[in-house]
Design a protein. Structure first.
Lengths: 385, 83
């Protein structure tokens, strides 16, 4: 079974949501039930591949032990950067091994199980926030539940551990839960329309009209792929957020009208928001501060450019080690850098940035740049190189 | 001067420096990101300067942008962290 794909899943989701709804209506905690439902879905998805289940078990054990250990070490040794980096690397190690195994096509697909990419964001985030002093204690139930929470296990949205923990231990008043459930159902239905109706329709257009390498077909492919990607992923995300709401968890939204972005910075506040904000908070900002502190670079612009390239390059590699994913990351690193330099240096920008016509023109250009980015991301670009 | 006034003054010094605009002192409720006075880089510089001059560590992911979008709110966050 595939989550948010098969009919069986949707039927099961509807049936298994009923007890959650009753618990919510009675103002009772839903967490233990939600945990059990997540286990059921895990079994339905991975039960047929015991090796994947084993890897998942080892992975979870590894990350929990590490977080527990680091809490104690951090308490004893304080903000020691060397220790911190060791723990951070250890938490990312399973994903790195997994990506390496995929890239080299090794027979033993190390840590090959559904959701490892997205789980690693959360385990690394916990380590980083233990270092920051924001997390002083790891709650076992909340940690495991966050990792295996079925609505978001395949492709996010990426929640933050403290937000998730607050949600599952909070008692939700009846009116609020009913309101949440209503929004949740609406999001699920809208997501189904996005993914099953619109995305699937555009996909048909894409494979019928965009099959070739001449200029016209290339453009047709590029734009249809971009819209297909949006409706497919945004549709999935809406369903994931909606299902979370039914189980009493306010998983953050992932998209906010990305094609209306004024510039590339704006785009990354609207497209795959939980991913880009994760990178902003845990990569970009840290790289920037470290570079500023090192005093190797005087200019803030230089620092921003380096940080953008590291940030987006890493994001590219996270998608996969294929050359087009890396190109996609570097492409966006370049776009963000050029935007930053332009916005800081240009008088023209400063005096017109709020004008209606400027925002319109800037938005149209941004849209083309974004679509070209998806064209790289699709892998189709390799046919032209 | 009480500790809070001292922190408030220091935060205003830092903000004047980071934004390059003394308006932050005159209008402590001005929305900094909206007015283009601060961006991601500016926030990082702010956090670094607060740590260096006041010894108060604020992590980049600790507060949302909305919790730190005016000089007054920023000063309040720094004061709350000093306790």
């Amino acid at each position: 079974m595939q989550l948010f794909q098969d009919n069986t899943f949707f039927v099961l989701l509807a049936v298994l949501s009923v007890p959650a709804f009753i618990l919510g209506y009675l103002e009772k905690p839903i967490r233990l039930y939600g945990f059990a439902v997540s286990l059921v879905f895990l079994w339905l998805v991975m039960g047929g591949t015991p090796r994947a289940l084993c890897f998942l078990g080892v992975f979870l054990l590894w990350e929990i032990l590490e977080a527990e250990l680091y809490v104690r070490v951090r308490e004893k040794y304080g903000r020691n950067r060397k220790i911190y980096y060791v723990f951070l690397i250890l938490s990312i190690l399973p994903l790195a091994l997994n990506k390496y195994a995929t890239a080299t096509g090794s027979a033993l697909h190390l840590f090959g199980f559904l959701g490892i990419s997205y789980m690693t964001f959360k385990s690394a985030q916990v380590i980083i926030q233990i270092f920051d002093g924001q997390i002083q204690k790891v709650d076992l139930l909340s940690y495991v539940y966050m990792m295996i929470f079925f609505p978001v296990i395949t492709s996010g949205p990426i929640d933050r551990s403290q937000r998730f923990q607050d949600d599952i231990y909070r008692s939700i008043p009846r009116d609020e839960y009913l309101n949440m459930a209503g929004i949740g159902i609406f999001k699920i239905v809208l997501g189904m329309v996005y993914k099953i109706v619109i995305a699937a329709g555009i996909y048909q257009l894409m494979i019928r009209l965009g099959n070739g390498t001449d200029l016209k077909t290339t453009f047709l492919y590029m734009y249809t792929y971009g819209f297909y990607l949006f409706f497919d992923f945004a549709g999935y995300s809406l369903m994931a957020v909606g299902a979370s709401y039914l189980f009493g968890v306010k998983t953050p939204d992932n998209f906010n009208k990305p094609f209306l972005s004024v510039d590339i910075k704006d785009f990354w506040d609207r497209w795959h928001i939980t991913l880009s904000h994760w990178f902003r908070d845990f990569v970009f900002s840290r790289v920037t501060i470290n570079l500023m502190r090192s005093r190797k670079f005087k200019s803030r612009l230089t620092i921003a450019v380096i940080a953008f390239f590291i940030n987006m390059g890493l994001m590219g590699v996270w998608h996969g080690t294929e050359p087009y994913y890396i190109m996609y990351g570097l492409y966006h690193g370049l776009l963000l850098s050029v935007t930053e330099v332009y916005q800081k240096k240009s008088r023209f920008y400063k005096s017109h940035r709020k004008d209606k016509w400027y925002r319109l023109v800037s938005g149209i250009i941004t849209f083309q740049l974004v679509m070209f980015g998806f064209f790289i991301f699709s892998g189709r670009i390799m046919k032209y190189i | 001067m009480s500790d809070n006034t001292k922190i408030y003054e220091k935060v205003m010094d830092i903000l004047t420096d980071v934004t390059g605009d003394p308006v932050v002192r005159e209008d402590p409720d001005i929305n900094l990101p909206e007015e283009g006075l601060i961006d991601s880089m500016g926030y990082m510089e702010l956090l670094m300067d607060v740590e260096d001059s006041l010894g108060i560590v604020i992590a980049p992911a600790e507060y949302t942008r909305e919790e730190m979008d005016t000089p007054r709110k920023i000063a309040a966050v720094v004061e709350s962290k000093s306790r």
